[in-house]
Design a protein around this ligand. Structure first.
Ligand code: ADP
Ligand code: MG
Length: 373
């Protein structure tokens, strides 16, 4: 298991480290379970999130991401297991007693208050004096690059600006942990990519631990220090983006993140990423150390920067390979359809995938059963 990155915790004696142990993880989950009727939303999760980390929970819809966030925030009580924040057991504490804030996808701004009043709201509840409140709210608005928008109403802002206000409203409280539930989901692609960079910048500047939820694998790979891949309420894999992408630990992860090329040779199952596969003319020698097989190009898709090839291997199985359009003209590539080629890859770029365990099989079946009800 990878080491957590070095912590960038709040300075000793600062407000947010009041009750927490030095060196303890920002968030600790132990054997957390939560069921709704016959659905196991969270099916036994153990996890430590380091201080100052940008941590992502990635998984398809229904995999338990929101439930886990709500268990951390205290909005949902787990059936069993324990939650700690900064080393302090908060399992039985109500949400307001936990030093966390949540940013929701739908912003949840107060429509009748202007932007500054929205941002100050949490401080007002905590009875912070007016002058300090104003000054901290203004600083938070500057952090999200909306210093001039304090007197506007939420309805007078764009979607992206509203999301920034929601963020300012959370960071003004200086929580130890900020929980973000698909906060960019409502934005169009270009704005979403812009906000991804903004979120990273803000997280670096404030040094707060971010626990970010998304179903978008690219978003998870570009933003996270580490991530977990969730499936049916369980952690399939924990690691850095590179580890999870390059060495998927299960068939589920391989399929969910990027293109899954799953092959079975000599009773062993493994994956290989499309960009690691080399295509050559039949009979052309492969580089030393490459495993070579024959195959037929079943399809070619021209994607501008790259071509994607679907190759049926003579020894069984289908692979997807991509190659950059450096030399080949698009027309040449498209003509390759039906041609027989030599396909090769380095053995050290394949990763073994275990057979799904009996437990996983049963879970899959029972989940499918639930869906069908
Ligand atoms: P995600 O956020 O990954 O989409 P959720 O945590 O919302 O997943 O849901 C996980 C599972 O728990 C789903 O099958 C969902 O239908 C179920 N679930 C979540 N909340 C409730 C609830 N309040 N009542 C009943 N079932 C729920
Ligand atoms: Mg959700």
């Amino acid at each position: 298991m990878p080491e957590a990155p070095a912590s960038t915790s709040a300075a000793p004696g600062s407000d947010s480290s009041r009750s927490s142990e030095a060196g303890a993880p920002a968030v600790g989950l132990r054997a957390v379970r939560k069921t709704y009727g016959s659905v196991e939303a969270v099916a036994g999760v153990d996890l430590d999130i380091a201080r100052g980390e940008f941590f992502t929970m990635l998984g398809p819809s229904g995999s338990g991401k929101t439930t886990l966030l709500r268990v951390i925030a205290g909005f949902v009580a787990a059936d069993s297991g324990a939650v700690s924040l900064g080393g302090v057991d908060v399992t039985r504490q109500p949400p307001y007693a936990r030093n966390v804030n949540t940013v929701f996808q739908d912003y949840a701004l107060f429509p009748h208050m202007n932007v500054l009043e929205n941002v100050e709201y949490g401080l007002r509840v905590k009875r912070v004096g007016r002058a300090e409140r104003r000054q901290r709210a203004q600083a938070a608005l500057e952090m999200v690059r909306l210093p001039e928008h304090g007197s506007r109403k939420p309805a007078e802002l764009s979607g992206g600006q509203r999301q920034r206000v929601a963020l300012a409203r959370a960071i003004v409280n200086e929580p130890e942990v900020l929980l973000l539930d698909e906060p960019l989901g409502a934005l169009d692609l270009k704005l979403r990519q812009e906000m991804q960079l903004e979120l990273k910048r803000i997280q670096r500047e404030v040094g707060i631990t971010f626990v970010f939820v998304t179903h978008d694998q690219e978003e998870a790979l570009t933003m996270s220090d580490r991530l977990v891949v969730l499936n049916a309420g369980q952690i399939e894999q924990l690691g850095t983006p590179i580890e999870v992408y390059e060495r998927p630990a299960s068939e589920f992860v391989a399929g969910f993140i990027g293109v899954s090329n799953l092959l079975e040779r000599g009773g062993k199952r493994f994956t290989i990423r499309p960009e690691k596969i080399r295509l050559a003319k039949e009979g052309e020698p492969a580089p030393a150390g490459h495993h070579v097989e024959g195959g037929r190009i079943h399809d070619v898709v021209y994607l501008g920067m790259v071509n994607r090839y679907v190759i049926e291997l003579d020894a069984g199985g289908t692979l997807i390979a991509v190659s950059q359009n450096r030399e080949t003209a698009a027309a040449d590539a498209l003509e390759a359809r039906g041609r027989h080629v030599a396909v090769s890859w380095r053995d050290d770029q394949t990763f073994a995938i275990a057979e799904p365990s009996a437990v996983e099989q049963t879970m899959k079946q029972s989940n499918e059963g639930v869906v069908g009800q």
